[in-house]
Design a protein around this ligand. Sequence first.
Ligand SMILES: [Fe+2]
Length: 260
Amino acid sequence: MNKQFVREGALMDITSYPAWTRELVEACSLSKQRVVEHELFKRMRDATLDAATARLFLIGVWPVIEQFPQYMAINLLKIRYGVHVGQEMARRYLIRNIRVEQNHADHWVAWAEASGVSLNELIEGNVPIASVSLSHWCWHTCERESLAVAMAATNYAIEGATGEWASLVCSRDDYENSFPVESRKKAMKWLRLHAHYDDEHPWEALEIIVTLLGLDPAPAEVEQLRRVICASYDYMRMTLDQSLLAGAPTRSGRPVLQAA
Ligand SMILES: [Fe+2]
């Protein structure tokens, strides 16, 4: 019988978790680094990202921003009260964090508008198909997979990496200063809210996942977690790569693809 995991150490200390969890996080770290240190974010931080690439990024990521509370709602439907302590934790986490997400889509829209991208353009989503595949992956995973697997793909992987890349972008003032003074605060609101290397949410999600799986899960279960976490990172990277590729100026100085 698989033993129950009860955390004793600090929430945000990887040594508080079983060996299989530590190995899992390590196995996914390279895929994560490729996202959080992506060239697109470095250029954004340095305020050297061209407008065409920024536009593709803002439109390409929008479906995930808009749908993120819906992914959590799909996962909430998997929970029954009183069945498992991991489900109790997930229930509280999901209900609380759906509420936290309430204004985040509005902040993304404000960021886009300050960058010259209208709400209509976000909704139309006229970007290369690879840019929006992350949202398809998230929806598919939340609809088809278990609570633990779906939370690993979304609340753990995507929220965790997002806190880190937003921190990278906010680590200097250059990007903020590239906006006119009057729109600066609104433009940066989404980034500021997500720029936390020390965000507890991904750790809380990890704790729930480990509680759901127990101290000694089957190797196949851990392997599935590894696959979905890395897939989320890889889909994020695909969006970023595609934005850079499609937004890159050709020799004539015009973008290869225009979003609108
Ligand atoms: Fe958010």
